[in-house]
Design a protein around this ligand. Sequence first.
Ligand SMILES: Nc1ncnc2c1ncn2[C@@H]1O[C@H](COP(=O)(O)OP(=O)(O)O)[C@@H](O)[C@H]1O
Ligand SMILES: [Mg+2]
Length: 225
Amino acid sequence: MESKNLYHCENLEFNYFSGTQIIPALRGVSTEVNLGDFVCLSGPSGSGKSTLLNLLGMIEPVQKGVMTFKNLRISELSEAQKNHLRRHELGFIFQFFHLMPTLSAYENVEFFLLRQGITKLEREQRVKQALESVGIWDFRGQKPLELSGGQRQRVALARALAKKPSVIIADEPTASLDQKTGREVVDILLELNQKQGVTIVLASHDPMVIERSPRKLSLRDGKLT
Ligand SMILES: Nc1ncnc2c1ncn2[C@@H]1O[C@H](COP(=O)(O)OP(=O)(O)O)[C@@H](O)[C@H]1O
Ligand SMILES: [Mg+2]
């Protein structure tokens, strides 16, 4: 039987180095994330939310402590292996969407798949399914500037979903949206989690998001409280 465990984190510590200064961002974080979880990391600005997501996203290295992803010990992987996992297993969404302005919604979603060498037919199926699952297929021909903030975030989400990732990592996905639109984005995330079993780890300090998240972790000064 396949293991339910996706991430295992044990005593993670992380420092930033700025000139001669050492800035501690994580001071011993231990937790687990299982497949099918919907976890919200909350905490005030500077508490280490983005840093922890960056470790989970293999964007920052494990400096101290242990992190495993699907039972692989991350500190033992090469850059190429981590790149491969990032590309195939992890989907990211961000506060400011990070879409490519010259590409249509459709092309933004297709872009990663092109790089993965997925066949045309499969690409078409995946892009359509992803855009439909976030309710934005009808806007596929429009470029990011021709879409509202909420629509842009849906395109970003479709782009992440089209990879069929093991987890979606979302850093403040509603922070640049108004309340109503933010609520709609959370509706979609909850639906993807409940109906398709998509695993979601997000960071947010938005009370609406925290309240509606099935599992909550709270960070303060680099520690889970
Ligand atoms: N690139 C960086 N260089 C130096 N310090 C950083 C950097 N990114 C974050 N920090 C510091 O690390 C701590 C945690 O930041 P962060 O993980 O961004 O918190 P949050 O996402 O909860 O606001 C803060 O003290 C922040 O100032
Ligand atoms: Mg942050």
